[in-house]
Design a protein around this ligand. Sequence first.
Ligand code: CA
Length: 216
Amino acid sequence: MVEDETLLARQIETALLDARYAVDCAADGERADFLGRTERYDAIVLDLGLPKIDGLTLLRRWRDAGLFVPVLVLTARGSWHEKVQGIDGGADDYVSKPFRMEELLARLRALIRRASGQVTAELRCGDLILDSRSAKVTVAGMPVKLTGHEFRVLSYLMHHRGRVVSQAELTEHIYAQNFDRDSNTVEVFIARLRRKLGASLIETVRGLGYRIEAGQ
Ligand code: CA
């Protein structure tokens, strides 16, 4: 999440954390450029008016460098030319300031969904339902309590159903950049998810990673 206005940045970060995303924040273009090139993100929220490197330059650089992460740009109030430039510069969607946090979250969910080929906000696997709007999981209608890390592992596997996801890839997508990654390993989260959701949901593909079957 790239935003230089401290208050707005904090509000967005809080909303993203409440929605159970792992979040890295940058308050200027240089830091954003560094993070964007070194970390693998499911999506980037990018303000266009930034110190050091402006958002549009950043976006064009990333696209020129072959970085295809979904980008949601934040545009200034009433600035139609920023929207046009943003989209032309490679943004996938935009939200104009001021905006409702619900709208930003909905557009972000849609971007992440589309990037992984999913069309609905409710991801289903048998009687398990993961609702990306509420960040909640139910099995046969009964709510299941998951920690943030457990939820992100399940969500990532559900978004990429049918594909084998390596431990390294999961690790890259479930932690924020500054998190101590050694203390909570992916294997531990998988074991806990199996205990909570049934042993058969997540398949171990030996030497390659984990998979949730595409199924019905
Ligand atoms: Ca700004």
